[in-house]
Ligand binder design. Structure first.
Ligand code: GLN
Length: 261
């Protein structure tokens, strides 16, 4: 049975309501990936939307009509192996959710699970949902670890994070990367690409967590969910309105200092 892990207090005081599915949130949460959930809730509340987050895990079904936004965090190979043969129940509705263009974010192990297969560090090949075209092979004990910066040309935005993964992911022809690597390893250490962008689904190896260091992605996910639910013409505060006190240059300085040290 799914259960609520977090919800906005006094939801009746908000104009809008959003429901978030947190896939396998009880088993997959490496390097503070749950911070992405906190960031989604923070932005939603700033936009006058109360948010309810429900854990969808082993044995649960996933209702693609009920949920407005989906998050899937990273995991260790150990948990991924346990989950891998229990993905069939959620796969058809999750595929509809993605193909319908509903907003989703998948990090690291979750991102790997959206693809065709994943080969663990041990060399064992485990099944994944097969919803999207990318696949992930093993880098063995040779993990890609460190600070990473990418640039997304479509949105003209730079993103910053920390990566720690053994898997090497290769995108399919109909998948765009989340960005081109400026610094770090990215999807596989050689393609110069990081993450995935397909319709309104975003995948990434960024921990940190991704959304608290890159609030524009959180804003995009939440506003997409709100417009799909309440109408495209919905007038929402702009990103600049919400974060007029945030100096992007300060974030950059922090990052540069870290990589130069
Ligand atoms: N276990 C996977 C890997 O090592 C995913 C890691 C993660 O989610 N951080 O590639």
């Amino acid at each position: 049975m799914t259960y609520i892990s977090l919800q906005t207090e006094h939801p009746e005081q908000y104009r809008y309501q959003l429901k978030v599915a947190h896939l396998f949130g009880d088993l997959m949460n490496t390097y503070g990936d749950n911070g992405n959930i906190l960031m989604l809730k923070y932005i939603a509340e700033k936009l006058n939307a109360a948010m309810t987050i429900e854990i969808v895990s082993l044995g649960d079904s996933f209702d693609d009509q009920y949920f407005d936004l989906t998050f899937w965090g990273g995991g260790q190979d150990y948990e991924q192996e346990i989950i891998s043969d229990q993905l069939e129940a959620i796969t058809p509705p999750l595929s509809r959710f993605i193909e319908d263009g509903k907003p989703m974010l998948a990090i690291c192990g979750g991102y790997q699970f959206l693809g065709q297969y994943y080969i663990l560090a041990s060399g064992k090949k485990i099944p994944t949902t097969g919803i999207l075209g990318h696949y992930t092979v093993s880098g063995g004990e040779d993990r890609i670890i460190g600070d990473v910066e990418i640039h997304n040309e479509e949105f003209n935005e730079s993103y910053y994070g920390f990566e720690n993964h053994g898997g090497r992911t290769y995108l399919a022809d109909n998948e765009k990367p989340l960005g081109k690597v400026v610094y770090g390893g990215g999807n596989n250490g050689s393609s110069g690409e990081e993450g995935l962008h397909y319709k309104n689904t975003f995948g990434s190896y960024f921990h940190g967590p991704l959304l608290s260091r890159n609030a524009r992605i959180a804003y995009r996910l939440v506003t997409t969910a709100l417009k799909q639910k309440y109408g495209e013409e919905l007038e929402l505060a702009s990103y600049e309105d919400l974060f007029s006190n945030l100096d992007d240059k300060e974030v950059m300085k922090d990052f540069k200092r870290k990589v130069e040290e």
